[in-house]
Design a protein around this ligand. Sequence first.
Ligand code: RB5
Length: 146
Amino acid sequence: MIALGCDHGGYGLMQEVKKHLEERGIEYKDYGCYSEEPVDYPVYAKKAAHAVADGECELGILICGTGIGISIAANKVKGIRAALCHDCFSAAATKEHNNANMLAMGARVIGPGLALKIVDTFLDTPFSNDERHVRRVDMIEKTFDM
Ligand code: RB5
């Protein structure tokens, strides 16, 4: 189950992401927003991030205008490792190395073609489980007690 969260800036691209997930048969929960009416991205970052942190969803996808605000907000939730990615290399690396559990993107930065490839890369790349990466991810969780 994938948690989805966006603001008005990300709403349009999120509709494309939802369609794509449906085509792939991947289930999601949509934590809003639900239109292009201006809203505050921290509200939706928090809802989707808690769904991931609480184990209701395994992974999450966040979209705002830049992807920056919504990723900053999501990363305030303990246990969340939200990665802002606008290329496939980063999307693969952040799963392999950081075991990122949320992908953030900016709808004003990239188009839907690239965004959907980034989504696929993020969802399809597993964590490496290499000892050094496990250690570093553990350090993030233990060192920064939020
Ligand atoms: C909304 O206008 C915009 O600020 C928001 O979508 C995002 O880019 C913030 O980081």
